[in-house]
Ligand binder design. Structure first.
Ligand SMILES: *Cc1c(COP(=O)(O)O)cnc(C)c1O
Ligand SMILES: [Zn+2]
Length: 553
């Protein structure tokens, strides 16, 4: 495989060597790997066919001469999961999650570590330095352990202790720095300079950008197999409309952009998705600078967020580069508060079964905002990178009452069964409020059921059409009815008329959940008949549950 490293400033091309970080002509540190795209275009698809779905599938486009399988921990090849429930809540049927939690150390930094450590091993380098807010150091440590490379990990004192211990567990030297992440980076750089050690350069590291671009390759392959080939038969692969990721230094989206650009250069795709990098509000130098139209980022000197993973206050030139990519793809920069993030994290877990760490959840909080603002359209194909695993953040999210405790009497010999039953009744009351859901769409019923289940105890009875819904309501006399309007044969309006005609059902509160925008005539038909009207796609607002609670108590 042949490639060069080309300087972004003067255009000079040089051979790649991990420890030579400056352009030999102009001294710039901003350089990119460049491959022979024209000749690759003919052979790439044939070469990758039949290979396992992992990062090394694309080895012709990686800066490693001889990939060493014995260093691999199974990096890359993460699933692209369709987020059916979240998509329905947001009115976004083509919402996908690139589940990077499934990497060997549970974050997308595993791609970076796998490729970088492979390059260092190939170059005979045995000691390295990296500053980290946790995950980079964890990933590097795991791969360094396998490769016999010593890592000096400079972490800020705000990095959670569990993460620090994991770094140490792999045999790396943890250097805890009580200062900002930007200062820890400076200290690490000085340490590496004095000892003449290899230093991880963040977004300027060739191997890191090259590793991140495999996310774009995988997404294109996966979106194509899920949604079918693109309309234009000149191209083999499809791309989504949006790529959304939580960022700190911005290395991920810079690499992902490059990946899509290379696919376009080889003619495999016709366009690059809109890039949407999301930052934490308390440390959002790129977002504020972009919104002000600045070409260079104004640094944030003291980040104010609990989400330490994303605390790059001074992005430097990575911003200028990313700004160019965001503007060119008609993307946006957005930010989210810690509170919005914790809520998004909880929604993601209870709606899709994905427990992400707060840093990863920032992307979802950003997604919710962009959908509400109308920036992302209902027809768009959206991929959100779920960058990392759960961290112990439950105290922020769940409050105090998330567990029910069962205490068995110590002298259970007497009447063991009775003691157990008595203990269990304290777990839940005997009778739950009963809710009938009348909706012809099984997905809608499942979504509403899920929302109710995740927030309390209800006995939920479903009916799939108006007629059986009416019968169910008349039989069960529930505490609440959630009613769809558009159903074949007997529609929601007819069900309402029948309910109001009988005294035993006339007073049961009704929430109408409708998939479509109602006409003024339809709205006036509902007036006085129902307690509340919810638009599907609006369910993310806590209003729905507040409404349910207020009607039932
Ligand atoms: C590193 C990291 C990020 C930010 O990535 P960049 O692309 O380098 O800004 C986001 N989420 C998690 C979980 C991370 O570990
Ligand atoms: Zn140069």
């Amino acid at each position: 495989m042949s490639f060069v490293v080309r300087c972004m400033d003067c255009g000079h091309a040089a051979p790649y060597f991990p420890s030579s970080i400056n352009c030999p002509r102009c001294n710039s540190q901003w350089r990119e790997a460049e491959y022979e795209y024209d000749s690759l275009a003919d052979s790439f698809l044939r070469q990758i066919a039949g290979r396992p779905f992992d990062l090394w599938r694309y080895r012709e486009l990686l800066p490693i001469r001889n990939p060493n399988p014995s260093l691999s921990l199974g990096e890359g090849g993460s699933p692209l999961i369709r987020a059916v429930n979240l998509g329905m809540m947001l009115g976004l049927p083509n919402l996908f999650i690139k589940d990077e939690r499934q990497g060997p150390t549970a974050s997308f930094k595993d791609r970076q570590a796998a490729v970088t450590i492979a390059a260092l091993k190939e170059a005979g380098i045995t000691e390295m330095v990296a500053a980290s807010t946790g995950n980079v150091a964890i990933s590097y440590s795991a791969y360094a352990a396998r490769a016999g490379i010593k890592l000096w990990a400079f972490v800020t004192s705000l990095v959670p202790a569990v993460k620090m211990r994991e770094i140490a567990l792999y045999g790396s030297q943890v250097v805890k720095v009580t200062a900002s992440y930007d200062q820890a980076k400076k200290l690490a750089a000085e340490f590496a300079r004095q000892r003449n050690l290899y230093l991880d350069m963040g977004a300027r590291t060739i191997t890191s950008i090259e590793a991140m671009k495999t996310i774009a390759f995988e997404i294109s392959e996966q979106v194509t197999s899920l949604l079918g080939p693109p309309a234009n038969a000149a191209h083999q692969w499809r791309t989504p409309d949006w790529y959304i990721q939580a960022i700190s230094g911005g290395m991920g989206p810079i690499g992902v952009y490059k990946g899509f650009r290379e696919l376009r250069q080889m003619g495999l795709v016709d366009r690059i998705p809109a890039i949407a990098p999301i930052q934490a509000d308390g440390c959002a130098p790129m977002v504020t600078s972009w919104k002000k139209g600045l070409e260079e980022a104004e640094p944030v000197l003291s980040p104010r967020t609990h989400i330490e993973t994303l605390a790059t206050g001074d992005p430097g030139r990575a911003y200028t580069l990313l700004r160019k990519y965001v503007n060119e793809t008609h993307g946006v920069f957005e930010s989210a508060t810690d509170e919005e993030t914790y809520r998004a994290m909880h929604v993601l877990a209870k709606m899709e079964g994905l427990s992400a760490e707060p840093a990863a959840a920032v992307a979802f909080a950003g997604l919710f905002k962009l959908v509400r603002a109308g920036t992302i359209k209902p027809t768009d194909v959206v991929v959100v990178n779920c960058t990392g695993h759960t961290m112990p953040a439950e105290p922020y999210i769940l409050g105090d009452n998330w567990s029910r405790n069962v205490v068995l009497p110590s002298r259970a010999e007497d009447k063991p069964q009775e003691g157990l039953l008595a203990a269990l009744t304290s777990v839940a009351p005997d009778r739950f409020h009963r809710v009938v859901i009348v909706d012809d769409s099984p997905e809608s019923r499942r979504l509403i059921r899920r929302i109710l289940q995740s927030q309390g105890n209800f006995q939920i009875i479903e009916a799939a059409d108006g007629k059986s819904g009416l019968e169910t309501i008349q039989r069960e006399l529930p505490d609440l009815i959630i009613l769809d309007l558009m159903m074949p044969e007997m529609d929601g309006f007819a069900v309402l008329d029948a309910l109001k005609a009988k005294p035993e059902t006339a007073e049961i509160p009704v929430i109408v959940a409708s998939a479509k925008e109602l006409t003024p005539e339809e709205k006036s038909r509902l007036e006085g008949q129902i307690q509340s009207l919810m638009q599907k796609g609006d369910f993310l607002n806590d209003e729905f549950l507040d409404e349910v609670r207020s009607l039932i108590h």
